[in-house]
Design a protein around this ligand. Structure first.
Ligand code: GTP
Ligand code: MG
Length: 287
């Protein structure tokens, strides 16, 4: 599979800036998505963990399968699950962070992670201010900035992806809203691969149309989803890109149900071999 990943300039700059300030920090807080704690880990974390203590926050626990998430929490150290929108799980995170506070000054930390996992929302919640920009599109935060309050000096950083990752690894991120769909060739491609994954992993209940036969093609399932969501064009045909977009948006926002896409220690159970060569936005991509 070709290597074609979304890696705009602000990610390279963010990585460089983090590297410059890391020696000044007391700890790193890494945010991942509870629905895929392995695939949403930061590409920087192995390096950062060698030089600083790390606390992991699994955001969006409200959208995750509770039993599977518990298995993850049992298998990971220094890890907290949180619903950052409702501030659930926050007091334990705050306590864990403040353990690193030296007596003579505030504790210094950086919040890191891939795009759109909730880094800025976590920062705002920790310092009880809404200073850092939050939004549900990957790439909201574009620079490394410091924020101070509540005995903490916190660095917000842009979401950073691995420029050397296989593009297939970004499919799972596109399903969760952590990578733009154009990275994987558009919403139709993202949706088709998600349908295949859900069918192969006995999660058909998250597909919003009935699947009458096991052998039903993912393309036909997407067409049926498009009809259900009213994505029709002339001649009664379905706009598959729009159908894919609506399906991915419903899935990633949790409207189709709670989910955990991977288990601790598990190999991926899906064949990611789809055509992603038509990714747009060439200036933002490295190959
Ligand atoms: N339901 C739910 N939504 C969350 C949670 N945490 C974050 N979000 C939402 O996820 C979206 C992204 O949040 P941000 O804080 O902007 O994420 P970020 O990691 O800073 O994103 P970038 O700066 O683009 O890398 C926002 O719409 C948040 O409201 C959570 O625990 N539960
Ligand atoms: Mg942000």
């Amino acid at each position: 599979m070709p290597r074609t990943v979304w890696y705009p300039g602000h990610m390279a700059k963010g990585t460089r800036k983090l590297n410059e300030i890391v020696s000044k920090l007391d700890l790193i807080v890494e945010v991942r998505d509870s629905r895929a704690p392995a695939s949403t880990s930061s590409p920087l974390i192995k390096y950062l963990a060698k030089i600083k203590p790390v606390i992991h926050v699994l955001s969006r626990k409200d959208l995750a399968d509770t039993q599977k998430l518990k298995l993850w929490l049992d298998s990971l150290k220094h890890t907290f699950a949180a619903d950052l929108r409702k501030r659930e799980g926050l007091s334990n995170i705050k306590k864990a962070v403040l353990k690193f506070k030296p007596s003579h000054r505030e504790v210094r930390l950086a919040v890191v992670g891939i795009p759109n996992v909730g880094k800025s929302l976590l920062l705002n919640s920790l310092i009880c201010k809404a200073n850092a920009g939050v939004g549900n599109i990957p790439g909201i935060t574009k620079s490394v900035s410091w924020y101070k309050n509540e005995g903490m000096l916190i660095v917000d950083s842009p979401g950073i992806l691995d420029p050397h990752a296989e593009a297939g690894a970004h499919l799972i991120l596109s399903w969760l809203g952590c990578a733009k769909a154009e990275v994987v060739g558009g919403y139709e491609n993202a949706a088709l691969s998600l349908i295949k994954f859900l069918c192969a992993n006995e999660m058909q209940n998250l597909i919003p149309v009935e699947i009458q036969s096991e052998n039903l093609e993912s393309g036909t399932i997407l067409e049926n989803i498009g009809r259900k969501y009213g994505c029709l064009i002339s001649g009664g045909r379905v706009n598959l890109e729009l159908a894919g977009q609506k399906f991915i948006e419903a899935f990633s926002s949790g409207r189709l149900g709670a989910v955990c896409l991977e288990m601790p220690g598990e190999q991926r159970a899906v064949d990611f071999d789809i055509n992603i060569n038509n990714a747009d936005g060439a200036a933002d991509f490295v190959q």
